[in-house]
Design a protein. Sequence first.
Length: 201
Amino acid sequence: MIVAGIAIKDLKISELSKIGLKDSKKLTKKLRANMFLRIVDLADSLCIYKIEPGEVDDNVFLNKLNKLEAEAMAVVINNLHVDEVCIDCCDVNQERYKEYVKCRLVSCNTKLYSMHHADQLNIVVSAASIIAKIVRDNEIQAIRRTHHSIGSGYPSDEKTMYFIHEWVKKYKNAPWFARKSWRPLRMILYENRQIKLTYFG
């Protein structure tokens, strides 16, 4: 899991609009790559936080994934040293999520806004989501250099799902770089009776 944040002065936010920024999921790979360089050029600072698959699994099992993301966001914000922050809220309760992040910030003067779908509503969050998506894709590409046929890593990708099926069939376990708490993988492991499905809650 990749969490990213950028700091940018108010005067330069209009420059982000000019390059056609929007939610990273709605952009082609080529557009994201072009925008990445422009965002890095415009940003006053940026911070990227990587969470390993095993840590994600541990927190899913304890039903603490939202808290893990909030803690990662706090680390990113603390490294950006900004006055105002908008975060993409992954909790159903925006205020609760905001308070969970806020109590972990070094500066108590940081003004924090927690929003659902912030990557679609706030252009700076859109820019951060593009940074995170590019870094995530680079991580996948690094794995692909060793394991060539992993596809995109998304459940909608037939190549990815075929790779996972074949891996589990051959090694009787999940790939080391995959989250065992990922539902499609849980189902494949269960079908092959390598784990009990209830183990993951």
